[in-house]
Design a protein around this ligand. Sequence first.
Ligand code: FES
Ligand SMILES: [Fe+2]
Length: 339
Amino acid sequence: MKALKNTWYMAGWVHELENENPLGRKIIDIPIVIYRGDDGELAALFDRCPHRFAPLSKGRIKGNNLQCGYHGLTFNCEGSCVDNPEGGHPPKSAYLNSFPIVEKDNIIWIWMGEKEKFDVSLIPDYSIHNDKSLSFLYGHSFVKSNYELITDNLLDLSHTRYIHPGFGGENYEYDHTIEVQEQEIYSKYYVDSSPNSEIGEAMFPTKGQAVDEYNDMRWNLPASLQLEVWFTKPGDKKENGAVNWAAHILTPKTKHETHYFWASGVSKESPLDDKTHLNFLLQAFNEEDKPMIEACYERMSGNEFWDMKPVVLKVDSAAVRARRTLNNAIAHEERSDNS
Ligand code: FES
Ligand SMILES: [Fe+2]
């Protein structure tokens, strides 16, 4: 599939590796196996044994190595075959591609491009996950859509009025601004003195009084987003209100399917309990956003977005900017590959 390669993709949450089994995950159409060796280091390898093509993710971790679950060829963290238990030296052709992998802010990041170009300073900031005053819920689901359609959804929150009654619904009357800082885009929605939404009331109860609401969505290449939400009394300072931080990180599985990694954190003092919090998230995403995005993608019938000449509205400014930034980065990478 056409995708940016020299970039960081989220491969999973760090806690997904806690059960000591290798983790198989397809990213931009490439099968990857991730495991943690006895030395505590993460490794990421191409998830297909060069012998009979078994997924290594069905194998087992042995020390710092990974053993194929079919006939036992064993590979080190760099992908070299270091043991053939059936006898004889492993042939030189028995190797797997390896990928740079980093864990940061409870996220496993993988670099799918040229190894010599990997740069940890390009990992987007999710250090809020380390804030001990907050309590986070984490999840992973799949969307049957190209990832850019989901980016559009997250940067254009005007849809709240139509499909998210619990997040304000018809009261979601906003001022929208966008800010661009190099390759980082902010899409900011401000709702001035409006009836509190259901989730607002659960996080910042006002018993019928109006609130101001700030929804600041940040976008980083290729599709890593973070939403910062504040509820305050009208005109009051943010620090007197209630905050919600939400990661929305999209990793293309294939051209037609996307890993959607999400996290949502509120103050440990928040009246919002975990069960209610989770219900709000699942209702909004699984029942409201996801079916609409999948239905839109189905209607696109495999055609390219711009080829379909979509109507562009004022509120699409951040989404269009993100699409252009990503397309330019992909085109630049393709030009460098061909030169
Ligand atoms: S398929 Fe892996 S060792 Fe045979
Ligand atoms: Fe939504």
